[in-house]
Structure formats: structure tokens, C-alpha cells
Ligand binder design. Structure first.
Ligand code: GH3
Ligand code: MG
Ligand code: MG
Length: 351
């Protein structure tokens, strides 16, 4: 049965145009009008049929309905064509050389999720319940028995278009949701005032750094920077001006760091810098350049240009039992810098 013509209304489809009645011509015109714009957009259809006449007729019918159409003569060819260029709808016969419709359908369903959904319609001469159930169980979306009725085919393609358009809307919404969630994830890790990473991001990065240091023993240095006499600045110029200074200082610190270094707003007017692969001496030199850059900004304060003090400590797993031990030593170095008169970098030697 699969090798016979798939159409019920062969006359309408196959008769030469001149022999059609004016009624047929009007119907055809109306169909052509509809064909220009299928209800759910132009679908990419792949017809799979072992019979060449059926392929031609089905392709003509699909074209008339306003869709694109390719054809394959067996399941394997269809499968290869789908790998090269996906289809929206596959209209497949049941019995096919090399690979049958059921196997083609199974393969397609196994690949679901790798790309946009492909709607699968069986077009077969088998009109018994058994075949219908097996086809649907293989993953078909629809089952149509030959001979094919053009209007029924149209209705089925409209239904396929509706399902696919819903699928695309859902996929778009999903993508948007994923993007929104990525954006929220990022936003939750950025300090809104200065634009640098915040404490949450710092805690996460420190955990990663800690396990890397334990596993591979790479050197890391941390530097804690604190704006000198910032309270006085706020008292003199107000908090809005103070906020602007925080932004400028954060930018200048970031500019003075290497690509691999990381900068976080630790809290208030304090910033933490993580310097991977840096010895204590290298980190002190790098942070002293940053300190100089802040002074060079020449931000006026009641006591001269605004400055920062910095404490630096190198991670030493022999003395730092936890992350907190390391940060405590960094903080102690900062305290020394403040005690030593501010606008300076001090190092904490672990031994
Ligand atoms: P020191 O040199 O010892 O660090 O003196 P300090 O005045 O900077 O230190 P202190 O800890 O006494 O004060 C920190 C000030 O930083 C207090 C607060 O007014 C200011 N500050 C903290 N966070 C912000 C902020 O987000 N915006 C502004 N404008 N000021 C802030
Ligand atoms: Mg402080
Ligand atoms: Mg301060």
C-alpha cells in the first residue's frame, strides 16, 4: 500500500490546470493565497517515502500549503539529511528500504533535546490499531493513513505548526529565564556602588583559592587596602562626595592590578586584593605602586591628598590553618601600616 499514490484527491492535485473546473481553480487560488502565509509560519518539511510518485505528489502538496519540502527515499537517507539540516516536520511512511519509519522515529526521539523539536507524522497504508499504537509508542506525534487527503494533511500541518510555535515560545522563555538567572547571579556578586566584586563573591573565590593552594601549593598573596582618615573626608565633604571617592579609588586600584589579580570590596572603605602566583616581596611592590597611584589621584582632603594604607600577607599553609588565619595576618599588617603613619604598605612575615 505504501507504494500507491498517497492522495485521496488525486484529480485535484494531478489534473492539468486547463482541465480543472472554475470551482477547482477558485479553490486552488484560495489555497495559493493561504499558501503564501501558513497560519504558524512556513515549516521545513521532510517527506520520507520509498515510492517516487508518492514523494513527488507529497512534495507538491506540501509546497502548495506554503511550506518548504525536501524528500528522502528511505529512513537512513532521511536520518542523514536531518543531521545535515534539521526539519520542523517529518512526514514518514512506515515500510521503507534500509531503515523503516519506526526506527527513524525512535532515533529522532533519542536525539530530542539536542536541538529544536521535530514533529513526526506517520503517513502509512497500515490503518490497524496495532500499527497506530506501535507508531505512537515509537514517539510519533500524529498518525495519518493513506490515501492522503490534502485538507487533512493541511489540518495536521496546522496542528504541527501550533505545537512547534508553542515549543519555540517555551524555548525562548526558557532561554530568557536562564539569562535572567545568570544576570541575577552576577548582579548578586557585584558591589553596586563601586562595580567591583562584593563580599559574597570574595568568600566563594577564597574557598576555591584555598582548595587550590592546598592541592597544588601555588603561592598567593592577599592585600587589604583601607582609605586613610575617610571619616574626616565624609565629615568635611559629605557622604555623596565620599561615595564618589570610593568609586574613584576602586577604579584606580583595579587599573593598577594585573589581569589575574582579583579585587573585592571587603566592606566600608576597605578593599581586598588577591594576587595569585606572587611572592610576598612581589605583592608588596605591586601594592606600593597602587598606593602611589591613589596618591597621584590628588583627591583633596583637609589634610592633603587622599591616601590608602595596605597590609599584605602571603598564604603560608604551615601557619595559616584556615582562611581566616591568613586574612587575620593581612589585617594585622594593615594595622601596622596605620600605626606606622598611614599611606604605606606593610607586610606580615609568617616566620
Ligand atoms: P583610618 O585611617 O584609621 O582608616 O580612619 P578612617 O576614618 O578611614 O576609619 P574609620 O573606620 O574610623 O571610618 C571609616 C569610615 O568610612 C566611616 C564611614 O563614614 C566611611 N564609609 C564606610 N563606608 C562608606 C560608604 O559606603 N560611603 C561613604 N561615603 N563612606 C563610607
Ligand atoms: Mg576601615
Ligand atoms: Mg579607613
Amino acid at each position: 500500500m505504501s507504494s500507491s499514490s498517497p492522495f485521496v484527491h488525486q484529480a485535484t492535485l494531478l489534473a492539468p490546470v486547463e482541465s480543472r473546473s472554475s470551482f477547482d481553480a477558485a479553490a486552488e487560488e484560495a489555497r495559493e493565497e493561504r499558501a503564501a502565509e501558513p497560519r504558524y509560519g512556513r515549516l521545513k518539511v521532510l517527506v520520507v517515502d520509498g515510492d517516487s510518485l508518492s514523494r513527488v505528489e507529497l512534495r507538491q502538496a506540501v509546497h502548495r500549503l506554503g511550506h518548504e519540502c525536501r524528500t528522502a527515499k528511505d529512513g537512513l537517507e532521511a536520518w542523514e539529511m536531518l543531521q545535515a539540516d534539521r526539519a520542523d516536520v517529518v512526514l514518514s511512511d512506515w515500510s521503507l528500504p534500509r531503515m523503516g519509519g519506526v526506527e527513524l522515529c525512535r532515533r529522532m526521539r533519542a536525539a530530542d533535546g539536542e536541538g529544536p523539536y521535530t514533529y513526526f507524522i506517520f503517513m502509512t497504508g497500515f490503518d490497524d490499531r496495532e500499527h497506530f499504537l506501535r507508531g505512537m509508542e515509537a514517539g510519533a506525534d500524529d498518525y495519518h493513513t493513506k490515501p492522503v487527503d490534502i485538507e487533512e494533511l493541511e489540518a495536521r500541518l496546522v496542528s504541527a505548526g501550533r505545537v512547534l510555535s508553542l515549543y519555540h515560545k517555551l524555548a525562548d522563555k526558557n532561554l530568557q529565564l536562564r539569562r535572567d538567572s545568570q544576570n541575577s547571579f552576577q548582579a548578586a556578586r557585584v558591589d553596586p556602588l563601586t562595580g567591583v566584586a562584593n563580599r559574597l563573591r570574595m568568600d566563594e573565590d577564597l574557598e576555591v583559592l584555598w582548595s587550590r593552594a592546598q592541592r597544588y601549593g601555588h603561592p598567593f598573596a592577599a592585600a587589604l587596602c583601607d582609605i586613610d582618615e575617610f571619616k574626616k573626608y565624609n565629615d568635611r565633604f559629605g557622604h555623596v562626595a565620599g561615595d564618589e571617592v570610593l568609586r574613584r579609588v576602586a577604579q584606580a586600584v583595579r587599573k593598577g592590578l594585573r589581569q589575574g589579580d582579583a579585587l573585592y570590596r571587603y566592606g566600608g572603605e576597605e578593599f581586598l586584593v588577591l594576587l595569585p602566583e606572587q611572592s610576598l616581596a612581589e605583592a608588596v611592590r605591586a601594592m606600593d605602586r597602587v598606593r602611589g597611584a591613589i596618591e597621584q589621584l590628588a583627591i583633596p582632603t583637609p589634610t592633603g591628598a587622599l591616601t590608602i594604607s595596605v597590609g599584605v600577607a602571603e598564604l603560608d599553609l604551615a601557619v595559616d590553618r584556615t582562611l581566616k588565619d591568613w586574612l587575620r595576618r593581612t589585617d594585622a599588617a594593615l594595622y601596622q601600616a596605620k600605626e606606622g603613619g598611614r599611606n604605606r604598605v606593610e607586610a606580615c612575615f609568617s616566620r
